[in-house]
Design a protein around this ligand. Structure first.
Ligand SMILES: Nc1ncnc2c1ncn2[C@@H]1O[C@H](COP(=O)(O)OP(=O)(O)OP(=O)(O)O)[C@@H](O)[C@H]1O
Ligand SMILES: [Mg+2]
Length: 583
């Protein structure tokens, strides 16, 4: 309920819309209550005494009230809808802003599909609640109170007979929802499961086809689909078992009103007009009870959705600026790892165990090690994608945690191990961090990354549109575009995390030569992670990581002499072509 309160606070900030909706609801209730009274007047003072003027005037009034009801009804739905859209707009914005600021570790933990669900269907639940159910509940309560009062004033005995329908229908509805609440929850859950299968199949369609798993996936989907239908059918039969009783009840009440009221009319204590009006009010009595009944589960769902949405909005940001954080605008090139221990949140074993080293200005550092040894982890700590568990990472003697994040990250250019491109043109992908870059600048970095020649061969050149996640490009082409994208940023420190793994050895070596030169000219310090020793031989120093520990460091020649592990890796890479030839 607390989360729902916060939603109400957002609603309250759209005061004009909320007031418009409330006033419309009030006016509509009044107009609704007025209509049967006009009936009464028309019959008792017009038709019965055969006074045509009263009949005509009342008729005209009824038309006017009907028009007013239409207007108020429109106003109510218009403003309620506008208010609910505004709340959804605000919530979507809040969640998105939050998602943009959350740290890597949050995204490691939380599934993308969950986040997507929250920002789409959960917010939609809240919107439906505000746009429809909330107004329904308010107007129903108002109508119930107003009409009950009118009925009691008109004839309290008949009113008590009539109002008996409320607790009875209420009890039936309550029983219905308390018995079937789990069923409604199940509908949502099944729908979620079904969508998860759909999402996986859309994202992994190529894997599904390659492994010829279409029949299995189809079967899985059909099964989920059947389960969903089964739950739907159950809800339908629950509705079928309850609602006829409620309608029967309302008919019985009508019978009672006509019977008892008719007797009163014959007795002379009640007029025909009053009886007709009374009967007209009956309609207004049962409807609110039903509406409140139907709104109840929507409110419960909206409360749960609000909870989930605020879970994101309130999630702690693990990595943020400290007070008085310094701007990172110049770099002397001395990066220090001081006995760094690091464990990924939730992991049981540390990924880095007491790593210590210091770079010298303009040094080109290569990091080498077996897969899973901790190479990417080392570079992730420099720009604070994660913070160290113990120890410190310093740049020119200052702890990276004391730098302002935005300036730190914008001055460290990284090419990630996994390439992610966005849909759009090649040009916009390269210029992602610098949209105002000129074509000449873009061509320059593309040449350095060895992708210019390829782009030239495309009919649309740099304006060629690449698909979702870089669709339409080869793995190596994507990697080289990603390199160019990073080279365009105003980096002081450059990090290449296995960025040429999908590029052939010769091209990789050429890119490396270009970047070597660039690194020495433009950066204060640079890191290259690579699997092939051939690409990193020219590095000033090689850090050899094994199982989270820095086991050796030095130049290629030094390591060849001193490190058995390095020699082993080198040997394995030399052996491969020979072994291949031998076959
Ligand atoms: N986000 C994460 N959450 C938990 N554990 C992780 C995470 N990322 C990596 N690890 C673990 O930390 C260890 C080091 O991973 P890292 O990515 O640094 O290896 P690497 O040396 O870059 O390997 P590769 O050469 O395959 O890229 C691995 O055991 C890995 O399973
Ligand atoms: Mg890695």
């Amino acid at each position: 309920m607390e989360s729902l309160n916060r939603v109400f606070k957002i609603l309250a900030s759209y005061l004009g819309l909320a007031t418009g909706a409330t006033v419309s609801v009030l006016l509509l209730t009044v107009a609704n209550a007025l209509t049967p009274q006009l009936f009464r007047r028309g019959i008792d003072e017009g038709i019965a005494p055969q006074n045509l003027q009263v009949v005509l005037v009342t008729g005209a009034l009824m038309v006017a009230v009907a028009i007013a009801r239409g207007l108020f009804n429109f106003g109510q739905s218009y403003w309620a809808e506008a208010a609910s859209q505004s709340v959804a707009y605000e919530l979507r914005g809040q969640v998105f802003r939050k998602i943009e600021t959350l740290s890597f570790s949050y995204h490691d933990r939380v599934q993308t599909s969950q986040l997507l669900t929250r920002i789409t269907s959960d917010i939609e639940q809240i919107r439906t609640f505000i746009g429809t159910s909330l107004v329904q509940v308010i107007s129903s309560l108002l109508t119930l109170v107003t009409i009950a009062t009118i009925l009691l004033i008109m004839n309290w005995r008949l009113a008590l007979v009539t109002l008996a329908v409320i607790p009875l229908a209420g009890a039936l509805l309550f029983r219905f929802f308390s018995q079937n609440q789990p069923l409604f929850g199940q509908v949502q859950e099944r729908l979620g499961d079904l969508n998860e299968v759909l999402r996986e199949n859309l994202l992994g369609v190529r894997v599904v086809k390659a492994f010829v798993r279409e029949p299995v996936e189809m079967q899985r989907y059909t099964q989920m689909n059947n389960q969903l239908i089964a739950v739907y059918v159950k809800t339908l039969s629950a509705i079928r078992n309850t609602f006829p009783f409620i309608f029967l009840l309302s008919n019985l009440i009508t019978l009672a009103v006509v019977g008892y009221g008719g007797a009163l009319v014959i007795e002379g204590t009640f007029t025909i007009g009053e009886l007709v009006a009374f009967n007209a009010y009956l309609l207004f009595i049962l409807q609110p009870v039903l509406l409140i009944g139907f709104a109840a589960p929507v409110i419960a769902q909206a409360a749960a959705s609000a909870e989930r949405v605020y879970e994101i909005i309130d999630a702690p940001i693990e990595i943020k600026n400290r007070a008085n954080a310094a701007t990172f605008d110049s770099c002397g090139g001395r990066i220090t790892f001081e006995n760094v221990w690091f464990r990924y949140p939730g992991a049981t074993t540390p990924a880095l165990k007491g790593v210590s080293f210091e770079t010298k200005p303009n040094e080109l550092i290569a990091i080498l090690g077996m897969t899973g040894s901790g190479k990417s982890t080392v570079v992730n700590l420099i720009q604070r994608f994660y913070d160290v568990t113990e120890g410190a990472v310093r740049i020119d003697g200052r702890d990276v945690r004391d730098f302002e994040l935005e300036s730190l990250r914008s001055r460290i250019g990284i090419v990630f191990q996994e390439t992610t491109l966005f849909s759009g043109s090649i040009r916009s992908n390269i210029a992602y961090a610098k949209p105002e870059a000129s074509l000449a600048d873009i061509i320059e970095v593309a040449k350095t990354a060895h992708i210019h020649e390829f782009v030239e061969t495309l009919p649309a050149g740099y304006d060629t549109i690449v698909g979702e996640r870089g669709g339409g490009l080869s793995g190596g082409q994507k990697q080289r575009i990603a390199i160019a994208r990073t080279l365009l940023t105003p980096y002081h420190i450059l990090i290449l995390d296995d960025s040429t793994s999908a590029v052939d050895a010769e091209t990789a070596a050429q890119i490396q030569t270009n970047i070597d030169k660039l690194m020495r000219d433009r950066t204060c310090c640079a890191f290259v992670i690579a699997q092939r020793i051939s690409t990193i031989q020219s590095a000033d120093r090689i850090l050899l990581i094994n199982d989270g520990e820095l086991v050796a460091q030095g130049t290629h020649e030094q390591l060849m002499r001193t490190s058995p592990l390095y020699s082993a890796i080198l040997e394995s890479q030399m052996e491969q072509p020979i072994a291949a030839l031998a076959n």
